[in-house]
Design a protein around this ligand. Structure first.
Ligand code: AHR
Length: 304
């Protein structure tokens, strides 16, 4: 499926002449967010395009008003990293009225492709879950008790990373039992406090699947605090931050599936082609690396 300016009812434009608005969802304490924002800024600079930005600090109402503000400050083109997938109606209506094309990155906005947004650029999150499951199955030799530190609710990333993981475990490792699932809100503190509860309720836990690195790093802190040693609990995470890959080298994390946040070139290319009247795919999948004990040292420079 593709989308063109004609189909979307938007006049063609030259991206170079446009003011671009970028709305970031989460605080830039998570390297995923730091790298994502940097990638957008770098690409705007490289192309000499004017960019205005806002950060909603994980507050969805704030993000809605951020995007409205960006439009009142004259943004004619938008790149949005959405916090939640639902609840975008007020922004979509205003963008339609003002003929502002939207590209969403890393999380999806639920809506009509081409009518509501031009394209979604992100990872194959179900596949990330499957790859994480493969690492966990390997780490546990196909048998054991596993906990899932879920991401925040209300977005497709958490749902899809969970789905891929569970389906693969069910299909390939019937002797792995998922005994605990709780959200750590995609934060380090969340991952740590949920893991502290986990160790109390399930002291015999064999594996932890953390749906992002920040939570996985929090889990390591909790396990350390409880006197555990590297390898006592097998941890698999998603993102590919330097700190998590270093924890593979240190023996605390078994493996990391990358979630690639370097969306800048793809997002600006999509807007540029769309502006020229070309057909743009309504979904673009970015490719992800994978880290384990075998490649962590060599691949560390690719982590973010
Ligand atoms: O939407 C992407 C996810 O959001 C990243 O994996 C995570 O670190 C961030 O919180």
């Amino acid at each position: 499926e593709t989308c063109s300016a004609e189909q979307a009812g938007i006049d063609e434009f030259d991206l170079k002449d446009m003011k671009v608005g970028f709305s970031q969802s989460e605080a830039e304490s998570n390297p995923f967010r730091i790298t994502e924002t940097a990638s957008i800024k770098k690409e705007a600079e490289k192309r000499g395009v004017e960019l205005i930005t806002a950060n909603a600090q994980s507050d969805f109402a704030q993000q809605i008003s951020d995007v409205q503000d960006l439009m009142s400050q004259g943004a004619e083109v938008l790149i949005i990293a959405p916090l939640n997938s639902d609840g975008w109606e007020p922004v979509l209506a205003e963008a339609e009225r003002k003929q502002v094309p939207i590209v969403t990155i890393d999380r999806q906005i639920n809506g009509d492709a081409c009518n509501d947004y031009v394209t979604f650029i992100g990872s194959d999150f179900v596949e990330q879950g499957r790859r994480a499951a493969d690492q966990m199955i390997e780490a546990l030799g196909g048998k054991g008790k596993v906990a899932i530190l879920l991401g925040a609710a209300g977005n497709n990333v958490t749902t899809e990373r969970t789905k891929g993981f569970k389906e693969r475990v069910e299909e390939k490792a019937p002797d792995i039992e998922i005994v605990f699932e709780q959200t750590g809100e995609f934060t380090r503190e969340g991952g740590q406090s949920v893991t502290e509860q986990l160790i109390q309720s399930n002291p015999d836990i064999d594996g932890i699947y953390a749906e992002n690195d920040e939570m996985g790093i929090g889990a390591v802190t909790a396990l350390r605090g409880a006197g555990k040693q590297p390898g006592d609990v097998e941890i698999v995470t998603v993102d590919g931050t330097e700190e998590a890959v270093q924890l593979i080298i240190d023996g605390w994390i078994h493996g990391v599936v990358e979630s690639n946040p370097r969306f800048g070139p793809l997002a600006f290319d999509a807007h540029e082609s769309f502006g020229k009247g070309e057909e743009v795919p309504v979904e673009l999948i970015i490719s992800d690396r994978e880290y384990d004990a075998e490649n962590a040292e060599e691949e560390l420079p690719n982590a973010y």
